[in-house]
Design a protein around this ligand. Structure first.
Ligand SMILES: Nc1ncnc2c1ncn2[C@@H]1O[C@H](COP(=O)(O)OP(=O)(O)OP(=O)(O)O)[C@@H](O)[C@H]1O
Ligand SMILES: [Mg+2]
Length: 271
């Protein structure tokens, strides 16, 4: 990797209040941009019921974490090297019909995470929408959570409820936000400010701005084409914004190395 001073794995959970806000798109495209910046990157698709990162990338899944849990596969079997040069681990590729033994599933997820941690600079965990046990597992294992926020009032109230759930348990949990579906930076900042007005008032916190993903048909088409937008359109504004997001994450990971992000967030949060 590029930076010889950096040898710690930084784990990020990508979460949201409601579904369909762009978590998976943000995850796979940010992963791809981090690779371009010279880092070793893994994505864990922890949206077990509706795993779709592999579909966004047109990759076929060799085995899943659920297969490890069922004793059918080993940790190495679930690691898929994608065409974007990052590794993808899929939690499950079909909805689970058996009665699920969650503790065994979490043990398998942790086993995978331990292995990835040894080899990768960044692990991005794509989580299910809303307040589920899997989202909390991911946030608990991560160094920070990224909330994907969109401007509709209902989406803002959903993300507020989700954050409250987490912050009631851990008031200093480090969150940052990506705004999706924004026309431009100004609109994105306004969306986050509306959200922050609420969280400042009720929770005495505010979330730092990591970047935005423009509302663009290229992003929508990339889903149908099963080809990430940053790979298809390397010079496009959408790709530039995702590069800013990846660079901002690199910055936060370095801050984390020397000085725990929680400390800096505690110091920055309004009193
Ligand atoms: N910036 C954007 N511009 C245009 N369309 C977008 C953009 N971001 C996401 N979309 C559309 O929104 C859909 C949902 O995105 P995505 O699957 O990433 O959401 P998600 O939060 O992962 O959903 P889920 O909660 O179901 O996992 C995509 O299929 C795409 O059509
Ligand atoms: Mg998703």
């Amino acid at each position: 990797m590029n930076n010889p001073n950096y040898n710690q794995c930084f784990i990020v959970a990508i979460a949201s209040g409601k579904g369909g806000v762009g978590k998976s798109i943000a995850t796979v495209n940010t992963a791809e941009m981090l690779v371009r910046l010279g880092y070793k990157v893994a994505v864990v698709d922890a949206d077990l019921g509706l795993s779709n990162c592999a579909a966004l990338l047109n990759e076929s899944v060799p085995a899943t974490v659920m297969d490890i849990k069922k004793g059918r596969s080993e940790v190495e079997d679930v690691m898929l090297k994608t065409q974007g040069d990052f590794t993808l681990v899929t939690g499950a590729d079909e909805p689970e019909s058996d009665v699920l033994d969650w503790s065994e599933l979490y043990a398998s997820l942790d086993k995978v995470l331990r292995k990835l941690r040894e080899e990768y600079d960044f692990i991005l965990i794509d989580t299910p929408a809303g307040a589920s046990d899997l989202s909390f597992w991911a946030l608990d294992r991560a160094d920070m959570g990224i909330l994907v926020v969109v401007g509709e009032p209902t989406a803002i109230s959903d993300v507020y409820r989700f954050c409250k759930f987490v912050l009631d348990v851990d008031p200093t949990y480090p969150f940052a936000a990506i705004v999706n579906f924004a026309e431009n930076e100004e609109e994105a900042q306004n969306v986050l400010e509306r959200f922050n007005t609420i969280v400042r008032h009720f929770m005495n916190r505010e979330f730092s701005y990591l970047g935005f993903i423009p509302l663009d048909d290229l992003v929508r088409n990339s889903v149908a084409d099963q080809f990430p937008v940053v790979r298809a359109h390397p010079e496009h504004q959408v790709t530039k914004e995702l590069q800013y997001i990846a660079s901002a994450l690199v910055g936060l990971s370095k801050k984390n190395e020397t000085n725990p992000i929680r400390d800096s967030i505690e110091a920055d949060s309004p009193k």
